[in-house]
Design a protein around this ligand. Structure first.
Ligand code: NAD
Length: 416
């Protein structure tokens, strides 16, 4: 067994490029293959890997051929949500038939569009005997992990465990048509971004090094969803202009705002709460991630837009639109935050380092597909709560395994 991991990235879009940038901070892996349906973007991701000297990857159009490449030891799946299952099925069939040999598979959030889909992904991967990781970057973000470690070491050890985590991810809307389409994506912003906040909240409330599923037992979820901005006629027309008639928010919108409150019982027997809020209707400098953890005598907070670096550009400069200062940037003038190392700050670098180390050591990653499945269950509970206007039981009394949100079926109508 080599002591370097050959990583293949399947999917050649936005997040694939982030992963390639993150591999600059991983010493014992090379990006050896990139797969995707679009030859031009596959080429672009391969070129980026070479430019950053994180590998000399071969581009593949066919994922089955990609995993048969003997240089590929592990696969990072970054295809869109609606092709997640078919991608996993193709890879695991190759492994089970013996045509491919892999050590592990790492899969982007959200694990599935429904509990049934996410459970099927877990089943296929485990049947193929692979180590698996769930790519939830925020629980690897250094600001989050360091503050978490410190409040548990100095605060919780003296005063008792924390009781409230507040997490949010907000920006002004996604970058590709399929994210906006409920059926393809699995919902709106709740499915797309609340998955991060739900997992970050579980992580914060759990002592460092302890299994989150052991420490926190989900009790109930209560949620609201709304279409605050993008179903307004002028903005709905804007979406059609940008993405074509298949993104029709006058007829079938997805939610662009969601909040959810999840109640857990922790390992001390206390009730603790995760509050998540998320939106595609936030227009600030760019993507904003916030985290808070509150305990009896302490608190921590992180805000990704409180950057150490800022630039000021006067009104005399008409800047070209770009994302060179911050992800989902909304302005090119005035006082703007600058994130010099976005893959590092958002957690992709530490996430990839963790997955690579665990796969090389033959040890299951701390963030596994079982966490992804649990998050999907929380999200489906939240959709049901929002749809039915009631608190949803998460102790197993309610069947969420066969639930598909109205938003994902194109039948959701925002309350007027
Ligand atoms: N962790 C994060 O913060 C984060 C951020 C963005 C996206 N994501 C997740 O990553 C996934 C991809 O998102 P994205 O923003 O990169 O989307 P994207 O649309 O920019 O890229 C998707 C890529 O997959 C390719 N593709 C489509 N169908 C395919 C198939 N059948 N086989 C192989 N390739 C195929 C497309 O050509 C495209 O290159 C989604 O699940 C999304 O939720 C995670």
């Amino acid at each position: 067994m080599s002591n370097r991991l050959g990583v293949a990235i399947v999917g050649s879009g936005f997040i694939a490029e982030f992963h390639v940038r993150a591999f600059r901070g991983v010493r014992d892996a090379d990006v050896v293959a990139v797969g995707g349906r679009n030859q031009e973007t596959v080429q672009r991701v391969c070129d980026l890997a070479r430019e950053l000297r994180v590998g000399d990857p071969v581009g593949y159009a066919d994922v089955r051929e990609l995993v048969r490449d003997p240089a590929v030891d592990a696969v990072w799946i970054t295809t869109p949500n609606h092709v997640r299952l078919e991608t996993v099925r193709a890879i695991t069939e190759e492994v089970r038939s013996g045509r491919a040999r892999l050590r592990g598979i790492a899969i982007e959030k959200p694990l599935g569009r429904t509990v049934a889909e996410a459970a099927e992904v877990v089943r296929l991967v485990e049947e193929a005997g692979l180590l698996h990781g769930y790519l939830e970057n925020q629980v690897f973000a250094p600001g989050v992990t360091r503050a978490h470690e410190l409040v548990w070491a100095r605060g919780a050890s003296a005063a008792g465990s924390p009781y409230l985590a507040r997490c949010a991810e907000e920006h002004s809307g996604p970058h590709r048509a399929w994210f906006w389409q409920g059926d393809k994506q699995g919902g709106g912003v709740l499915n797309d971004m609340m998955c991060h906040s739900m997992e970050a909240g579980r992580f914060l409330l759990t002592p460092p090094g302890v299994d989150m599923a052991q420490w926190l037992t989900p009790i109930s979820v209560d949620a609201t969803i709304a279409s605050l901005k993008w179903s307004r006629p002028a903005y709905a027309d804007d979406l059609v202009q940008r993405y074509g008639p298949e993104v029709d928010y006058r007829r079938s919108p997805s939610e662009d705002y969601a909040r959810a409150t999840v109640v857990y019982r922790n390992g001390d027997g206390d009730e603790v709460i995760v509050e998540g809020t998320t939106s595609w209707s936030y227009v600030g400098a760019g993507l904003r991630l916030t985290f808070e953890l509150l305990g009896p005598e302490y608190a921590m907070s992180v805000n990704s837009l409180d950057t150490e670096a800022k630039v000021f550009l006067s009104r005399e400069i008409a800047g070209k639109p770009g994302e060179d200062l911050v992800e989902k940037q909304n302005a090119e003038g005035g006082l703007m935050p600058v994130l010099p190392d976005e893959p590092g700050a958002y957690g992709y670098t530490e996430e990839n380092r963790h997955m690579v180390t665990r796969f090389l050591d033959g040890v299951p990653p701390a963030e596994s597909l079982h966490d992804g499945l649990l998050v999907t269950r929380l999200l489906m509970g939240a959709y049901r709560s929002a749809q039915e206007g009631r608190r949803v039981d998460l102790t197993g009394a309610e069947d969420l395994d066969h639930f598909t949100p109205d938003v994902a079926q194109g039948t959701w109508r925002p309350r007027g």
